[in-house]
Design a protein. Sequence first.
Length: 764
Amino acid sequence: MAAARPQPAITDAQNAPYLEGLNDEQRTAVLAMEGPVLMLAGAGTGKTRALTTRLAHILNTGRASPWQVLAVTFTNKAAREMKERIAKLVGDNVEGMKWLGTFHSIAAQILRRHAELAGLKSSFTILDADDQTRLAKQVVEAANIDEKRWTGRALAYMIDAWKNRGLTPDKVPANEAYHFADGKAIDLYRAYQARLQTLNAADFGDLLVHNLTIFQNNPEVLEEYQKRFRYMLVDEYQDTNIAQYLWLRLLAQKHKNICCVGDDDQSIYGWRGAEVENILRFEKDFPGANVIRLERNYRSTPSILGAASGLIAANAARLGKTLWTDADEGEKVKIRGVWDGEEEARIIGDDIEAEQSKGRSLSDMAVLVRASFQMRAFEERFNTLGLAYRVVGGPRFYEREESRDALSYLRLIRSADDDLAFDRIVNKPKRGLGDKALQILHKIARAQGAPLMAAARIALESDELHAAARRSLVNFVDTIDRWSRDAKDMAPADLAELVLEESGYIDMWKNSKSPQAPGKLDNLKELIQAVSEFDTLEAYLDHVALVSEINDDAGEGQVWLMTLHAAKGLEFPVVFLPGWEEEIFPSKRSLDENGNAALEEERRLAYVGITRAEESCRISFAANRQIYGRWQAAMPSRFIDELPEEHVEVVSEPGLYGNAASSFASHSDFDGVKLRNGAYYDNPGWRRARAATARPSAKPPLIEGRGATVSVSAPGKSKFKKGQRVFHQKFGYGTIASVDGQKLTVNFEHSGSKKVIDSFVEAA
């Protein structure tokens, strides 16, 4: 049936009720009906209102019927909210908007209609992520490739990355074949696609890639949809990947009435395929495009906006805009240096309690971290204080898969009767103990009324298990027994590290190509650090059990705890931004992998963090971090030095830090950071730090004036001598065993022998 003609325009409706309350730039964006429009919408500038009002205006003025408008978002939640907002403006008209949804939902509709052109039936199945991984594993195994080395999960991740770029097997660059299975990657991709076709199935990436193939190979089909979509609206355009970009560009070529809404300064999803270049080249893709900047912010104070704008100005890859507000100036962004991560969590917890005592709800406050492993210290502190909190975007620290696995190893070492722990880790990582072997153990356990570990010993004395399973089980039981003996003499943290290494659990995640693997490894390091705070394994496991039992009191609100990525699109009156240190933020891993492009994305992430705050933004960094059970001096993030002085306030806590920062002077490797592309980043704050000398009086403040400026003592011969008694903030009292320049070996009374820098200790 031919599509109905759009109704003639009712009116240009310059004074329509839904236009009331829009500012000048929003109104311009709504009324710019002809040709391509880029709505460059800064954080908190009301872009959703402008987008939905524009869509309502298109329908109310009869420029297009509801079914002739394509409106795409990134999440089903965003699509529902958009539909609800439009319904309030245009009423029942919204029910005819069958092309309002996510990229994948709309692409699926199109593919259902033309499935045969992609070698599928219209009844095709859409596979979820788990199905994709299992299918990729089958393809790897069918090719006689070692699945332990080249996992199905890694292949599925690689194929998904290619599909995000719109690449079918014949379009993948030949050199990329060597990224997997010694050059077989593209052949495996072909086999994977062939298997999908046999199953009459498509994965999420296929939905757009098949659309592109159909459009490119069948011009008449493309023309049908180009004619149909008189107007196109795209939300969060800065987050589009290449496949989505190509899809939109093809569909917009006839009418060119495409309106893309986005913010190049908030493009933070490069790790999952988003291309900030898509929004940067909009004017080149659509000559004559009307670029409208929404710069009036309705969320934050001038100080917060000034700090964020000054920071993001350091990025080269941006179109540029200046956020402003007519709100009261408000408090400046606070920057605070602390001794270590534990102290950081304590101070932030105290600040939250102070705000609560003034009548502020806990739900008005958020702690936003760069990486999930940072959450552990805050969860511990909030539980100690009895503060209700909510982790967004994932489970709590001790509820994560890797935490549960590690704890199960430690629980089984403490108690051989712990069947739940045994069941969880007996074959994790894979040891060749399949379902049949485990069924035998459970059968013996039930018959004997014994725990599974005892059943395993009984099974080893029988012929129930085949040889391979028997060997694996012998090794597992013997290893658990050995660790149990070691636990009597080893420090708990050393034992935890030994167990995770010898079990192969660390290697399992190191060899995984899953995008979650690096984060899981970081969380395991953080868990070992947590163990190091306890004298016995029993004390630590009891602590974890008690922490897990604490219930949230949702009646009085909950503090929000989440990563910066998860916080995008949200806003809070009070925002805490901890861990602003080099190698944490910006992330060392990101910079190592993608150089200057990653640095700019990390800076955009910092910008997102600051602009989540409505009234108060508090940034903190630590002088020391305990990473994998070892103390390391930490440098303030370069982003701190990029914040404009007039919008920040440095908070110093006299007497808290000692000469912690003076250790920086002995770290010559902090002269600068060499990026992957060969560029050399030199932080002026670090230069000032190395040039400064400590005051002769005890305990100078950690930071002076602003940013990364720190007080340091000049390197040279230590003032301490062998045999001298000293005190260390973390390790307590001890006696110096040897002196090497500024490096001391100290025998501490309760912590054993440690190597420390002399600036970390004081005479006892």
